[in-house]
Design a protein around this ligand. Sequence first.
Ligand code: ADP
Ligand code: MG
Length: 656
Amino acid sequence: MTTLVLDHASRVYDAAVPVIALDRASINILQGDFVAIEGPSGAGKSTLLNILALLDVPTTGTYLINGVDTAGMREKELATLRCETFGFVFQSFHLLPHRTALDNVMIGLLYHNVDVAEAMARAQQALEFVGLGERAGVPAGSLSGGERQRVAIARAVCAGNPVLLADEPTGNLDSASSTAIMDILESLNASGTTVVVVTHDPAVAARAGRRVRVVDGRLSETGVATVSSADAKRATAAPFARAESVALPVQEKQTQAARRRSRRLPLVARRAMLRDVLLSLTTEPGRTARLVAVVVLSIMLALSTMGIAQTAKYQVSAAFDATRNRRVAIAVDTGALDSTSSMLALAVTDPEAMTRIRAIPGVQDAMGITTLSEIPAATSAYAPTTDARLFGISTVPDSSTLLEVTATPVGFSQLEDDQVLIGSTAASRLGIGPLEASPTLWVAGRPYEIAGVVTSAGMRPELTDGIVLTQARARDIGEVESTGVEIQVRAGAAGQVARVAAVAWSPEYADAVTTDAPPDPSSLRESIEPSVNTVLLTLTAVATVVGVAVLSNAMTSAVQARTGELALRRAMGARPRNLRRLVSLESLLIGITGGMIGAVGSVVALLIVAITQQWQPVIDLRMLPLGIVLGIANGLLSSLWAAHRAGRIQPAQALR
Ligand code: ADP
Ligand code: MG
């Protein structure tokens, strides 16, 4: 039982010249009335209908529904009242083309707290009522115009609301389809539903009980009820009686708890809305895929920078461990020579000294090196001489990180007293010929066999520009400047070896010996890590912010593109909050999906980078949940603006 009373209602649109679309209109509509609204284009018919449907509010005047003034109602109450009272049919159908006829009709029940199974059954029943029971599974986009309008009517009536408002429902249809639509409206009216229909078509209007003419916003009633006998019809049940679960909002005072409970959606409605969101994401896979792709890219960017930075960091310390970290040197320099010359002589000649060093746990290889003064050298007794520094070594080490030698045909396993190694740079300076020719080198008036060319000497690159002899021979022909031992240790053993190496080498003069070992790796890492982490976090944050900005943009344009659909949902009873929730939930699901794909994608990207760079990949499995969390955050943050926009859509404007 619904009575609608419009009393001196005007609607003025703000414009450069304000438009008075409705001018002091008054009309009473009783339950069971069949009202046709006629009038030329631009007369104000749609404005009137929108005000009746609570999609718009009059600028002045009053609108009472069942005697209650609607002027003081808040948006939430208006939405509930709209949802419980009106069904709305538009000239241009406003169906979701990708969804089936049945799903379209179900949107009419989405905001009625009806569970999915019941909504399906009632939607099917409504489709059968409009003669489309067989077409339930067909996407709305593939239906004919007449069929689409029948689906729209089924959507408007499936909730069993007492009033049906139709704005030029036959405006886009041929006459046969128009007749079918009018038959449906008549049969609805016959079962007690109030029908208000805007039409241009006199044939259509002739079938209504009351005819109201609108000209320049003014209403005048031309025909008086001939068919309508409202009281007689009221008793008949509407074809879609309201379900028990559909209840008007509780007007009386609520307790705090009850209010909180009523604010929470019933489970059935949540399930229906989740289904709706899933449908809206899956029926337009292209749109969804584009949005997911945005999240995937942002998450991949964030996680791969993080992962690659971590791998690179590991790579740096691995490289560090492989060279610098595995070298300990002990030395006595020139300044200490006078006071320790006897020790030096001992250290240089004492074969036991090197044996003791090699015996230290963690030592892999060791080579004693004595640096001497420069001395003239030449390729033959008569050739001009060139100065080169002289080095004496204790043994040729196995380890190429200490000394890398390319042997000449003369060859060697350990250097003999009449053999030399020549540094690669020195060799070119001295003009030493091809190695195949077994060249000799004259040093201090004596020939030596060249046994090999030193191509690299680890931490002592000066050896590549010198002449290397046995320590005993070098000491005889040159002046000792300093002496020491290069030691290669196992990764991590440097500190421990450094502590005892000096004593092992020369127990007596250990105090005069300086030991050079790499800094403690853990403290080094501690000094590197904060800066690496800052860079890493900055990159990740930038990637996330960019992702949120891009998705936010995309979500907002998606909302804009769907203004019609969202406004339609408002006409079907959705509150702004429902629309905000719809957009946020869609965005959240897009975020989760994008987060998962992005997390897996970045692991793959990381593997590819590591494999192509031949790095040891450092894959932190926490990246997977982190990706999902980032995706969720991205989805929720991005939806804020879009959801806000969705909530602000004005249905009357958007559905024109
Ligand atoms: P009808 O449905 O009878 O064709 P409308 O109710 O749509 O007419 O419009 C009535 C008048 O109000 C028209 O002159 C129209 O241009 C004007 N109008 C409608 N909506 C707006 C609006 N949002 N802003 C300004 N003028 C509007
Ligand atoms: Mg109109």
